[in-house]
Design a protein around this ligand. Sequence first.
Ligand code: ZN
Length: 278
Amino acid sequence: MNEYGENNSRIAIHTVTTRSWKLDVAIRKFKDAGIGGISVWQSFLDDFPLKDSAKMLTESRLKVVSLVRGGFFTGIDGDLRKKSIENNIRMIRQAREINAGMLVLVCGATPGQTLRTSREQILKGIETIIPEAEKNKVKLAVEPLHPVYSDSRSAINTLSQANDIVEKFNSPWLGVALDVYHVWWDPELYVEIERCGRNDHLFAVHLCDWRVPTRDILNDREIMGKGIINIQEIIDKVKRIGYNGMYEIEIFSNEYWSMDTDIFFKMILESVKQYNLN
Ligand code: ZN
């Protein structure tokens, strides 16, 4: 136990959150703060040979929650879609190498083709990689993205859509990643969380907050408690369906990234104290 209390053992931090820290530094800082887990963004595996990253992660005893992020299944050009499948397969194998429990899927959307076409390509892509996930014992987590990203990042925009996909394939290796930033506005959110619960499909929960006003559509996420999302209520809902995984902190923010990372990190740890995670 440390000065920040027991919540820290239930949280994992995405390396992109503290992005000025390379993997070795992030591991050390997270360990020192009593953080329970880490979710590794793929670019952070570029700094060291993969086996060295894997060794550092194993020795740290941090739970490697996720490798982030695969998916991006859509494309007008068939060759591009084929490359995307190859990349996903490579990432599933990387996830296994670093002992990550899952690969997060941001599903993709391509301007110039309809959302319907993108959604068909996403289904096809997921279907193609499930056997590789099973073979490597790496779970796949479909993360619905806020509709504002449906132009070019993801044609999967609600928890309902994500639930439809995972129920269609009905594989123990396929579930959902719920990011409060993407789904907080949805009037069906709690019904859909219960639906996840009935099928054991909730694999991950990502936390941050929604800043008002939002100044940048991608990189203006808030620290928990400083925005308008009722985070504790969402946490209570996922607890009620039996979620006992990590709460992953994922904050992209030009403002906080321009700050000293130690100070930003301390602000995150302070904000975590206000929640009842256990
Ligand atoms: Zn997320």
